[in-house]
Every structure is written in C-alpha cells, then in structure tokens.
Design a binder for this molecule. Structure first.
Ligand code: GDP
Length: 681
C-alpha cells in the first residue's frame, strides 16, 4: 500500500442493528476497490470481516475488523463493528478509532432498536455520519418509509441525497439528487424534483451565504451545494441518506464516493486533547506527522500462534517499525518491532503508521487496550476508551484438572482482549466468577478458551454468598470428655451468644476470671469458634453478625489439651447457634436502571416480582432512572430480562449494598436444596 497523507485518510465505522448488512457492505466495498479479488458472502462464511470460527458459526460479527482499501488516492480504513448487544465493547472501541460513521438501516426492517442505540453512541462520540439504507432489493423494502422513520427518530437533519430506482425485485440502482448529469427515469421525475428541492433547502439553511442566495431565488451550483453539504455533515448538522443493496452490488460505488466526499479526514476532525503527565496540563495535539507521537491502543487480540496483536490509532506524529516508544499510561518503555496494516485476518508489513492512520504491532509486552504510546521526552496520555461496566456474572468451572491449571492464565488473556469482561475469585463461594454483558458473550468466551488455549469450561449460574446469623441472645455449654483408658481428653466451655447489627461480622472474646479456663487454652477455644463460624447449621453458609463470649468452663490438670478445648468450643457454638433462632441472610444490591419512559410500567412490575424495594425515580426527557434495592438472587439474569422487557433499550448498573434476612418461605427452599446437596456428596 502506498503512503497516504493525513488528509487522504478516512477512518469509518459501520454501525447498525444486527443483520442490517454491515459485513456484506464491507465485503462489497473491498471488492469494488479491488482490495479482494473474490466477493465473499456472510451466508457462506467467506467474508473478509468475519473470519473467526465463533463468527462464521453464528453468522454474526463478534470482533471489530479493520478493512482498509484504496480509492481515488484515498485510503479508507473501514471498521466493521458487531451489532449484537453483548459485544458493545467492540463497538465502543470502533467508535473511538473512527472519524466518521456509516449507519446502515435495512429498508425491509426500518429503524430498529439497535439503530437507536448506535445512533446514541455516535452522538456521544460526536461522530459525523451518513446513513445507507440497504436491502432495497428485499421483499417489503421501503426506502421512503425508512426515510420518514429516520427523520421522525433523529430529526430533520437526515436528508436523502439519492433515490432508489424501483425496489424489491425491480430495484435497478440509485439516482444522485445533486448531479445534473444523472440519468433520471421519467416515472421518478416528480419525486426527484421535490426531494432535490428539499435537499438544497436543507443544505442552504446550514450556510449563511447560501441561504441568502437561495432566498433571493438564485440557483445554487452543484459544487456549492456539495461543498456546503460536506461542511454540514462534518459538523453534524446534516446526515445524508443513501440507498442500495450490498448483495446486488448496487449503490456501493456511490457509497464509497460519499465516504470520501462527505465524511471527514483526520485533518478535518482536527485537534485532540491529551494530558501531559509531566506538567499535568492538557495539550491540544495536531493530526500532523511532525507533531509529537500520540497513539491510542483501541484493541488487543491474543492468539496462541500469532501472539499478541495491538491495534493503534495514531492521533499525532508517526510511529516507526523497529523503534522505541513510551507507554505513558503504564509508564513503561516498549519496543516496537514490525508494524502492520491489517485487513481482516491478513497483515501487511509497513515501515510506518502516520498521523490519522490505523494499524497494528505484534508482541508488545506491557501495553493494553486504552493505553497511549508516545515518545519518552514528550509524554502524552489520551483519554481512555469508556467501556460499559459488566452487569451479568457466571461461574466458570474447569472440566478437568488440566483445565483448572490453565484457567487463570487463559481467562486473563480473554479479559485483555475484551475489556467488558472481568474475572474474579469469589472468596465466599470459592468460584471463579466471570462478569460481562450477556450470555452470548460468555458462550463465545468459552468457545474461544477451548479453541485458543485448549481449556474446556462449564458456564454456570454463580452461587449466592448467603450468610447465617442468630436472632436472639442465648447461652450454651459443652463439655468434651473422654477419660476411659490411657491419656484422656477434657475441655469444657460456656458461651454467651448475641446477635450483632448487620454488617458487624463475627466477634469472639473471653471474660473468664479465676482461670476456670486457663489462659493458655483460650486461643484454642477461639480457633474452634472461628472454624465454627465458617459453616452455619441451617444450610452450611458462613455465620456473621454474631458475638461469642467465653464466660466460664472447667479444665482437668492432666487430660485437658488444646484440641479438647477446640472441639468443645466448636460443639458449644453449634449448640448455641441452633438455640439462637438462626436465619439466612442474603446480599441486597443497589441497582440503578435507565430506561425509555414508556417501559416504566413493565420494568416496575418485573421489579415487584423480584422482591425489589424502589428507592426513587427521576423521569425526564423521555428517560426514566430507577433506583432500587434488590436481592442478588433475583438479579442473576437481569441483563437478559431487562433486554427482553425493553427490547434492548434499557441499561443498568449494580453494586453490593448490605445483607438482609431471607424471607422464611424462600429460606426453606434454600435449606432444603442444601440438604439435598449434602446428601448427594
Ligand atoms: P451485519 O450483521 O450487519 O453484518 O449483516 P450481514 O452483512 O451479516 O447481513 C445479514 C444478512 O443479510 C445476511 O444473510 C446477508 O446475506 C443479508 N444481506 C445483506 N445485505 C443484503 C442486501 O442488500 N440484500 C439482501 N436481500 N440481503 C442482504
């Protein structure tokens, strides 16, 4: 690939609801640009973008793919992003690497939930965009209805710059509304005239000079309108709408030309802010080759054969093969070996990646996603990518001992690849807990672990870390005595047990006076109690919020030993706890839910069924925020539930709040369940 200057580059992310045709469209653009010689198909699993087995099997994109091609002295770095909500982390990373977006809408399905979501993401990232209404060849395709939906949903700034000629099986191609040279079929003449008028008026309204001319009745030239449309699109004031069919290769060349013409180069995007960690000051960095280096890592892949691959977007300066750079985020030096331009799974060596361009480097030791690479004498840190926090958790169980040995390291590699996955060991339940965005993401993670690292795991619902406690104060006593033949055993303790307020944990103390239990045996008593705290009598969960006081006992000069006192202590505790009217406690979570207003009723009635306590609500601007406290046991599949209730429009966060008593009828079930488990074991 030849070298391109910053203004000759377009970094473009393709966004849509799942299935609108992103991958097919990428494939077709690559084919038109002769970057590939054979047109692959999603349905045959042969596209350049979806090459991983987990993707071809499901016929969906899971990872973002880089798909550069050259067109008319410009390099277009297409970024194909997944549409499935579990892989939103890849979408966020793609958005960050891009300067502009193509939002794809299926003419048969119209604006869908996923369209709304990606639109919002693009708004958040202030990305200029164009819309491509795909699948005009499909049965029930309706371009005009889709345009109406787009305007209704996203405002009048969405304006068609083309019209399709025919539709469904009679779809012939597209006609450009601005080009006077375009051949227009007579049957469409009126529609074309009226849409052209609307387009010219919308464009004129964005430009003070043009609007004056327009209102004076002077006809605007094609170049004037195109120029102003370009500025307005880059500023986000207008969103041009195009039409076509990825499968029938119609409207594709026009889409490529529009990407070149209407979407910004990194030079148009302009300056980015980075922090200089030496001065603690923000600096404006230019998309300029001669400026100091600042490159953001937006993706990391781990492959057992190829090794680690780090994807970079260079914001300023340039990065060279065989050089040293400084990772200002981690404060570590990194050695850059060979740089690559990536296309799907293939790599092309390159000596340099310059300001505005995207590429990759293999085998970096320290660097992870969101880190900034720069030069040591001018350190810069770019804002990290904001990934959503994981909301759903599962327990990961290795199938064999060999799998267990490699579990930790392979999970660590997976979380490095996917920043929306997090792994932790739950000390209470002794499980390895994987948290993420959804069930499909966990399934894919398990498949990847098997394929890449040879580790087989089962994915299960995580255990709830229940606790047990007592509700009334009580006294208990136990004498451990074996004095038949040989060396005997003797330990005798008397305890006061008392419930403590929630969150106090466990306590042990001694108020023995006069040496009824000699001082040297008290640590053994404490040990017995502490061990007893680990397993309550109801369902075997740890005890909490309880104080045990040793207040009396007795000993035997010859037969008493530490072990005898420890045994006595553990029995006395068990006895005391069973007298203290024990109950089960469960973790309660603080949950913050954000939903479009019209789902409030459904979300609230679902929360009701989940034993939730609603703490507050703040509706406004069509959105409602609900704060509630809900038992963790009810929230294990909430990511899936909320997605179903709100058709994917709702989001939530959740954190631990406190423990509360489990209602009796539910506690009975948990206790019965645990009895069954113990009998099985
Ligand atoms: P993505 O999920 O957005 O990447 O969409 P894909 O490119 O995977 O396409 C989803 C499905 O729609 C596949 O079966 C494609 O063959 C089909 N498809 C894509 N573009 C078109 C199109 O223009 N016309 C028709 N009829 N089908 C299409």
């Amino acid at each position: 690939m030849q070298k391109y200057r910053t203004e000759q580059i377009r970094n473009v992310v393709l966004l849509s609801h799942s299935n609108a045709g992103k991958t097919s469209l990428c494939e077709n653009m690559l084919f038109q640009a002769k970057a590939i010689s054979r047109l692959g198909r999603v349905d045959d699993g042969t596209t350049t973008s979806d090459y991983e087995p987990e993707e071809t099997k499901r016929k969906i994109s899971i990872n973002l793919s880089l798909l550069p091609f050259e067109w008319n002295n410009t390099k277009v770095n297409l970024i194909d992003s997944p549409g499935y909500p579990d892989f939103v982390g890849e979408v966020k990373a793609s958005l960050r690497a891009a300067d502009g977006a193509v939002v794809i809408v299926s003419a048969a399905s119209g604006v869908e939930v996923g369209t709304e979501l990606v639109w919002k993401y693009a708004d958040d990232g202030e990305l200029p965009r164009i819309v491509f209404v795909n699948k005009i060849d499909r049965e029930n395709a309706d371009f005009f209805k889709t345009v109406e939906q787009l305007s209704a949903m996203f405002g009048r700034k969405c304006v068609p710059i083309q019209l399709p000629i025919g539709a469904e099986s009679k779809f012939e191609g597209v006609v450009d509304l601005l080009s006077k040279a375009a051949k227009t079929p007579q049957s469409l003449a009126d529609k074309i005239a009226s849409f052209r008028e609307k387009l010219v008026e919308s464009v004129a309204e964005t430009d003070d000079n043009l609007i004056t001319k327009y209102l004076e009745g002077t006809e605007l030239t094609e170049d004037e309108v195109r120029g102003a449309l370009r500025s307005a699109t880059i500023k986000g004031k207008l969103v041009p709408i195009l039409a076509g069919s990825a499968l029938q290769s119609k409207g594709i060349v026009e889409l490529i030309e529009s990407i070149l013409h209407y979407l910004p180069s990194p030079r148009d995007t302009g300056k980015t802010t980075a922090q200089n960690p030496q001065t603690q000051q923000d600096e404006e960095i230019e998309p300029d080759e001669s400026a100091p280096l600042a490159a953001l890592v937006f993706k990391t892949t781990a492959d057992p054969y190829v090794g680690k691959l780090t994807y970079l977007r260079v914001y300023s300066g340039s990065i060279n093969s065989d050089s040293s750079v400084w990772n200002a985020t981690k404060k570590r030096a990194e050695r850059i070996g060979q740089l690559y331009m990536i296309r799907g799974k293939s790599q092309e060596a390159t000596p340099q990646i310059t300001a505005g361009d995207i590429g990759a480097v293999a085998k970096l030791a320290e660097t992870g996603t969101s880190d900034t690479l720069c030069s040591k004498d001018h350190p810069l840190v770019l804002a990290p990518i904001e990934f959503p926090l994981p909301t759903l958790s599962v327990s990961v169980q290795p199938k064999t001992k060999a799998d267990l040995d490699k579990l930790g390291s392979s999970l660590a590699r997976l979380t490095e690849e996917d920043p929306t996955l997090a792994v932790r060991k739950d000390m209470d339940t002794a499980e390895t807990v994987l948290s993420g965005m959804g069930e499909a993401q966990f399934e894919v993670a398990a498949e990847k672990m098997k394929r890449k690292f040879g580790v087989e795991v089962k994915i299960e619902t995580p255990k709830i870390p229940y606790r047990e406690t007592i509700t009334v104060a009580t006294k208990s006593e136990y004498k451990h005595k074996k004095q038949t033949g040989g060396h005997g055993q003797y330990g005798h303790v008397m305890f006061e047990l008392e419930p403590l307020p929630r969150g106090s944990g466990t306590e042990f103390s001694s108020k023995v006076v006069g040496g009824s239990v000699p001082k040297n045996y008290i640590p053994a008593v404490e040990k017995g109690v502490n061990e007893g705290f680990k397993e309550g009598g109801l369902a075997g969960y740890p005890l909490t919020d309880i104080r045990v006081k040793l207040y009396d006992g007795s000993y035997h000069a010859v037969d008493s030993s530490e072990i005898s006192f420890k045994i006595a202590a553990s029995y006395a505790l068990k006895k005391g706890v069973s007298q203290g009217q024990p109950v089960l406690l469960e973790p309660i979570m603080n949950v913050h839910i954000t939903i479009p207003d019209n789902f409030t009723g459904d979300v609230m009635s679902d929360l009701n069924n989940k034993r939730a306590r609603v703490m507050g609500m703040s509706p406004g601007g069509g959105v409602n925020h609900i704060d509630a406290q809900v038992p963790l046991a009810e929230m294990l599949k909430y990511a899936t539930d909320l997605r179903a209730i709100t058709q994917g429009r709702g989001t939530y966060t959740m954190e631990y709040s406190h423990y509360e008593q489990v209602p009796a009828h539910i506690a009975q079930k948990i206790i019965a369940e645990s009895k069954k488990e113990t009998e099985k074991a």
